[in-house]
Design a protein around this ligand. Structure first.
Ligand SMILES: O=C(O)CCC(=O)C(=O)O
Ligand SMILES: [Fe+2]
Length: 187
């Protein structure tokens, strides 16, 4: 499996101002997620680790983009069967918030990510996360690990990953930032 089968980046024509306005208006209803290192595998065998951020489901703006532009674009990036929208959320990172190395939940066979704020970046581990999984989060938080690659996420551009397989993470942010995350599943 080559990296291009796991990851695709592209520019898109997206109404960022409307998305950002909706994200801001939904912030008061966001809930805090702060998990400890805990279990390193979920029921589907997917790697999990700690995270700290706020999260909110979206409104009509996010839903329309998920079902329209995102769905068309994500289907263009994959040769496998048709993918259908499952879940989309706004993720709000306050300074210091992060997501440790993980694979996405079962609803996210493909995950499309758009940074709504300043340029962001995603760390990826195409060869898997090295070393002992139980210490993965501690080692991630301590600094770059062997095999780590950094994918830039300019504001408003699209990164599509095979989220259920490709291990990825977000380093503790220095500024407040918001990601729109869209999940897709094949029938
Ligand atoms: O915000 C990001 O860039 C990554 C989000 C992510 O990996 C997730 O929500 O599972
Ligand atoms: Fe993820």
């Amino acid at each position: 499996m080559t990296l291009s089968e796991y990851l695709s980046t592209r520019t898109i024509e997206i109404d960022l101002a409307s998305l950002l306005a909706e994200a801001d208006s939904y912030y008061p209803r966001a809930t805090r997620t702060e998990t400890e290192k805990g279990n390193t595998r979920d029921a589907y065998g997917r790697l999990r680790s700690g995270r700290a951020h706020w999260i909110s489901t979206g409104g009509p703006v996010l839903a329309e983009i998920h079902e329209g532009l995102m769905c068309r674009t994500v289907n263009e990036t994959t040769v496998a069967g048709e993918l259908f929208p499952t879940r989309s959320v706004y993720i709000y990172y306050e300074p210091g918030d992060y997501i440790g190395p993980h694979q996405d939940v079962q609803q996210c066979e493909r995950t499309a990510l758009v940074s709504l704020t300043e340029e962001s970046s995603l760390q990826i581990y195409p060869a898997g996360y090295p070393g002992d999984e139980a210490s993965a989060l501690d080692r991630f938080l301590a600094g770059p690990v062997t095999g780590e690659q950094c994918v830039e996420m300019p504001k408003g551009s699209l990164v599509v990953i095979d989220g259920g397989r490709l291990i990825h993470a977000k380093r503790p942010s220095t500024k407040r930032c918001i990601t729109a995350a869209f999940c897709f599943l094949s029938a």
